[in-house]
Design a protein around this ligand. Structure first.
Ligand SMILES: Nc1nc2c(ncn2[C@@H]2O[C@H](COP(=O)(O)OP(=O)(O)OP(=O)(O)O)[C@@H](O)[C@H]2O)c(=O)[nH]1
Ligand SMILES: [Mg+2]
Length: 268
């Protein structure tokens, strides 16, 4: 298989705190507000959505963050939709309960979130049974829709599941939003290998190529990370990849906002 990914992988100054600081500065300076721009995380149960939110918080504050309210119970399974604001991050992150592998009806909640029809704290089961009503606090917001994918799942998921993800992307695009992929658990691609080596290694590139083929998302919009899970202190290279993923999502939001402005200008 021809690997096209190598030329698009970003180059970082690994282990360099100023690399992390530069990305952080760009994130803090992004011209957004938590009322009008957001990142929605969706994907299978256990893919690493809530962990990503905790990990971004850890990378931004510089110490291991307490779990989000969803992670404080015995089970890590997220049951409700949470709109989370992290200090210094100028956008809201939405944690969505994981999709059931066999039942695509969970996916539909994404459309309601983008339509501002899901209040904070809505239980997935209540929404499914039609008992949840009300609205969110993000009228006319611009959304970056993030499909969160465990890199170890790539070859084991059936094509029907990838078709569901394609549908999410089509829906998001219809509403004027982009879908990107957050690729989690990349530490599991290399035993005892340093994260920077895994990042440039051929196994990660192969996963990205396969994912591109199956979902239609360009490799430029696939962001590999390792979330904090069992670490007791922060690790600079993990922070670099986590914060860079956030920066890329903010770049997509900026592109979408520019497009929105051009479209409304052309209409007038
Ligand atoms: N090794 C490793 N483990 C991870 C990583 N990301 C998440 N995990 C672990 O995977 C498990 C599931 O993570 P969660 O963040 O709860 O997954 P989720 O997508 O929020 O799951 P739901 O809320 O059920 O949809 C937890 O035990 C995490 O510690 C990662 O990058 N590397
Ligand atoms: Mg969760």
């Amino acid at each position: 298989m021809k690997l096209e990914v190598i030329c698009i992988m970003e180059t970082f100054n690994w282990n360099d705190p100023s690399q992390k600081d530069n990305i952080l500065t760009r994130i803090r300076r992004a011209p957004f507000t938590t009322n009008s721009e957001g990142i929605i995380l969706c994907g299978l149960r256990g893919a690493g959505k809530s962990s990503f939110i905790n990990s971004v918080q850890t990378a931004m504050i510089g110490r291991i963050a307490l779990p989000t309210p969803q992670g404080q119970c015995m089970s890590t399974t997220t049951t409700k939709v949470s709109y989370i604001k992290i200090a210094d991050l100028p956008v809201t992150i939405v944690d969505v309960p994981g999709f059931n592998r066999e039942d695509s009806s969970d996916d539909l909640i994404m459309r309601d979130i983008m339509g501002n029809m899901v209040p904070d704290g809505t239980e997935l089961e209540a929404w499914k049974s039609g008992q949840a009503n009300g609205s969110g606090d993000m009228e006319n917001a611009t959304w970056c829709v993030v499909y969160v994918h465990n890199c170890m799942d790539t070859d084991v998921l059936p094509i029907e599941f990838y078709n569901r993800i394609r549908d999410q992307g089509i829906w998001a695009r219809r509403l004027g939003f982009d879908m990107v992929i957050l690729l989690t658990k990349i530490d599991q691609l290399g035993e005892n290998e340093e994260l920077s080596e895994i990042y440039i290694g051929s196994r990660l590139r192969e996963v990205m190529e396969v994912l591109k083929r199956k979902t239609g998302v360009d490799v430029m919009n696939i962001y590999p990370v390792q979330n904090y899970s069992a670490e007791h202190k922060t690790i600079i290279n993990m922070d670099i990849l986590l914060l860079n993923a956030v920066r890329c999502m903010l770049d997509r939001l900026e592109d979408m906002k520019k497009k929105k402005r051009t479209t409304s200008y052309n209409r007038t």
